[in-house]
Design a protein around this ligand. Sequence first.
Ligand code: MTE
Length: 332
Amino acid sequence: MLIRVKRGWELPEAAVTPEAAYLDRRRFIGGAARTIAGAGALAAGLVGPGAARAETESYAPEDDPTADLYPVARNDTYTVERPLSDYRTVATYNNFYEFGSHKQIWRAARSLPIRPWTVTFDGLVEEERSVDIDTLIRTMPLEERVYRLRCVEAWAMTVPWSGFAMKALVDYARPLGSARYIRLETFQETFADAPGFRQFWYPWPYIEGLTIEEATNDLAFMVTGLYGQPVPQQNGAPLRIALPWKYGFKSAKSIVRITFTEERPVSFWEEIQGSEYGFWANVNPEVPHPRWSQATERLIGEDREVPTRLFNGYGEFVADLYEGMEGERLFM
Ligand code: MTE
């Protein structure tokens, strides 16, 4: 249930105060009020230890059986220089085409039944198997990570995800040595009623893919939570991925099947328009999309533009994955 509470950072002076003073003030407000993480104590460069927690507002699915697991401790390896986007913005401005091709799908997405929910591991694995999502989540080492999210539409957010390293999932699946790629499939098979499926010109279900090397890179993250609570449907409950060095469309939501394969999967957007949405889709300010220059990005909820960075600023973690691959369209 959504409880609407006016929070500290909704003060209008953000629009007229110089950024440094504004962030300081937000820090003060956050420390004093402690109403919700995302207030100033977590502002630029100040994202410190401890999990982000929404205490006065919730978009978490009702009666989520894993709610007792959150909040989880933050992994501080991945720091960001920006304020967290506020919880309401992250949970109400979404791309989830299964529920409509606009940003206001969050209420419609709440109709997605997320229990029971089974994740199937198949393809090139020692043994094909399906696991109940609660068993999976309770088996995995949960942590919180604050990541930048950069959409190919040139907007961005900064998000406190909870979940576990994708490497742990790969280990759990026990792929064969011949597996080179991972294909992720979303829920059409189990819930065909989502309104987007009536848009038959889209190649449902939503598919994404990545190499085993990308999946086992430290940054690749399986998301089960948001803002210290179970992740809401509109953000991909009960299981999505977060690949912060790639455009957001690579971060498939509400995953039901994980297939290990020798062949490179063709993703949903690649199938629709391969010249605009490639397999690699790494963020690069110097490679424009036909409709969006990628030089800058708009911070949703803050109304300001900032320069975009190669690999979305995560080059130190991922650049070596792409050495010697200059012949590939790595950035679109
Ligand atoms: N996953 C599914 N299943 N369906 C989608 O339409 N949209 C993608 C990605 N994952 C999408 C999806 C796109 S385009 C983006 S930018 C991100 O989800 C947005 O994630 P958010 O809504 O949590 O910000």
